[in-house]
Design a binder for this molecule. Structure first.
Ligand code: GSH
Ligand code: FE2
Length: 355
């Protein structure tokens, strides 16, 4: 019996997969996301599982892996393709390697083309394949950066994935439209880039004209993933007074919907300038104005009894403010994710401001 959960990161539209042997409770996570580490650790604990491995399908360009974080907190080991050239992995996978958990195992198949270290993990009974970005649902990973190559990807998909049984389910690394799974038979027939009668040269033409912007996180994500997600700075102490997320840049964040329901339980500190506080965006009801430049000097005005939520226009200055407050001895402090811009876009209540 297999325990199987498909998990989603809405920021990057990434799927993470939890697989475990229902008998021995030994588990693996495929493509865990840094910001979702707490969620996934809670699930592993609630299901009574022991995480043996985190497995990467490739060096991601759009999010940072949680492999290193899980290793620190749960003692799991990190596996990534030898061809990915990442440092800090416990196992450098070669094509044909098997990763066992209890009585079950995944086989690593080399499916380069999106990157040269892409792996597809195939379940021992060929019922499921975790294709990363080699094959997406009615799509595939782009081939315009990170050693991408359309002819190489075409061969990978046709030789390593389309040769699996028709009813083998495909679980991709991402989906941008809300689809969750497909099957080999379905993609062989209906994939508009790689299925049907399409030839390698048709595919190459298609891929040359995708016209996609580079992932927003690429400059942070690729170097971080080449270190298996080990941050450059020390990890800040845990906090659990709200459903907080810890970002790869070392900032604790709280989401607007939580803050709106807990306005009276926290001290809200707005670190913008006075003209912004009273300007068009308005401010969060009950917020206290302490501009970033005077925050350290005025930190004594704030109580350490209540958690502090820091706010600015976009969430950048307030992120820095959380670092300054932590240094000043505040141990419950978080940034309002996305600042006033996201607060206003979400239609949450404001004091002052114009419509
Ligand atoms: N807008 C996204 C970019 C997403 C993206 O480029 N995704 C890659 C996977 S890492 C891809 O291959 N996408 C294929 C597609 O969208 O067709 C971001 O900023 O993160
Ligand atoms: Fe990717």
């Amino acid at each position: 019996m297999l325990v199987f959960r498909q998990l989603f990161d809405p920021q990057s539209s990434t799927y993470t997969y939890l697989l475990a042997d229902a008998g021995t409770r030994e588990a693996v996570l495929v493509d865990p996301v840094f910001e979702q580490a707490r969620r996934d650790q809670a699930l592993v604990a609630e299901l009574g599982l022991r995480l043996l491995w985190t497995l990467e399908t490739h060096v991601h360009a759009d999010h940072v892996t949680a492999a290193w974080l899980h290793k620190q907190r749960l003692g799991s080991r990190i596996a990534v393709a030898a061809a990915a050239g990442a440092e800090g992995a416990d196992r450098a996978l070669l094509p044909g390697d098997r990763i066992g958990f209890g009585r079950r195992a995944l086989e690593a198949r080399a499916t380069p083309g999106h990157t040269n270290g892409c792996l597809t993990y195939v379940m021992d009974d060929h019922a499921m394949a975790f294709t990363g970005d080699a094959l997406l649902i009615r799509g595939c990973g782009r081939t315009d950066f990170q050693q991408g190559s359309a002819p190489v990807l075409f061969r990978s998909v046709h030789e390593q994935i389309f040769t699996l049984p028709d009813d083998c389910l495909i679980y991709p690394g991402h989906d941008y439209r809300g689809l969750t799974a497909s099957s080999v038979g379905e993609e062989r027939k209906f994939n508009p880039r790689l299925g049907g009668q399409i030839l390698p040269q048709d595919f190459a033409g298609y891929m040359e004209h995708l016209g996609l912007a580079h992932p927003k996180q690429i400059d942070v994500a690729v170097p971080a993933n080449l270190r298996c997600g080990r941050p450059g700075q020390a990890v800040r102490a845990d906090q659990d007074w709200a459903p907080l997320t810890y970002t790869f840049s070392g900032i604790w964040e709280v989401q607007p919907d939580w803050l709106e329901e807990h306005l009276r339980d926290v001290e809200i500190v707005d670190v913008r300038e006075p003209d912004e506080f009273d300007g068009a965006l308005g401010h969060v009801p009950g917020a206290r104005l302490v501009p970033l430049g005077s925050l350290v000097a005025r930190a004594g005005e704030l109580s350490k009894a209540r958690p502090v939520v820091v706010v600015c226009r976009s969430g950048a200055r307030s992120a820095q403010a959380t670092v300054l407050l932590a240094k000043a001895g505040f141990d419950k402090v978080a940034n309002l994710a996305g600042g006033m811009l996201r607060w206003r876009a979400g239609g949450y209540g404001v004091e002052g401001g114009s419509d």
